[in-house]
Design a protein around this ligand. Sequence first.
Ligand code: F0G
Length: 353
Amino acid sequence: MIESYREFLPVSAATPVVSLGEGSTPLIQCSRLSERVGRGCEVFVKNEGVNPTGSFKDRGMTVAVSKAIEHDTKALICASTGNTSASAAAYASRARISCVVILPAGKIATGKLLQAFAYGARIVAIDGNFDDALRIARELGATGDFAIVNSINPDRIAGQKTAAFEIIDEISDAPDFHLLPVGNAGNITAYWAGYRQFLEEKKSTKLPSMIGFQAAGAAPIFYHWVIENPDTIASAIRIGNPASWQQARAAIVESRGAIDVVSDDEILAAQTWLAQQEGIFVEPASAASIAGLFKCCDSRHAAYSIQEIPEGSRIVCTVTGHGLKDPDAVLQRMRGLKPVAATVTNVRRAIGL
Ligand code: F0G
């Protein structure tokens, strides 16, 4: 990914590129979602779940870890709700340096924890939430023993801008609306910076309205106050005091966008809908952008109504992480499988033929 956008990234010939082939993710034209919006609007899903560790974090991590190696760093540290730790662990092993991840105990989706373990990170679980973990990571990062690779690291944001570049390159301009989930608020900050940069470079002619969605139980930006005990099934965005709060606000205000909330039920319904109607299986946090799109279409209480947007508008929804990362959310809804005898007759009966 660095090679595709080198001139727009903080790298030089002296930067050793640490890459796992991230980026170039599919921008999927979704006919059913487009029908749902109606009026000739076109909806695309930017599927970041197909990055090397299954989330958008890899875009930022390739830049952050390449720069860390350039600066002769020996170890990485991060706090995480899961995906950042999986990504940091993978890129650290690729760069042959160590990686410490600080996680809220019992709050990380199974697949993500398993990834950090498999890539060989040193995992520390704390009796606290993500915001506590980030406070500790910041403090340890400040000692100079570690490079901190959370999205407070500007190299992470620089890398994540490339998702906006790819969208513009693919549809020859910026979309009219961009919807995405918001947790620590680094990604909305990065997309907005990317869209602005490509407008300045004259690679696009407009800026999209940025519309962010938080889970209702973890929505500090929406409510304008810190949430002490954030709670949602979408564990990736279970954050009560986002590090890039001000930048997210700026993106929303400058782009004439909005911030809104979606409930856990809406998130799970959107996750199922997207898998079964469009064939895209995402983790719950990622489904927040789809749940948000539905809310903007259907609800009179939405912070942004897309019932009145111009006909033929182009809408991009980012889905941030792969569905397999969080099997528990789906397992709870799965009925147990009862085996039948290994005959065609029994299988026909089981299908209902
Ligand atoms: N979606 C997923 C799947 C995430 O993992 C995250 C953040 C977000 C959305 C929100 O992005 O924080 O830039 O607003 N995950 C971080 C982590 C916090 O530790 O993996 P954001």
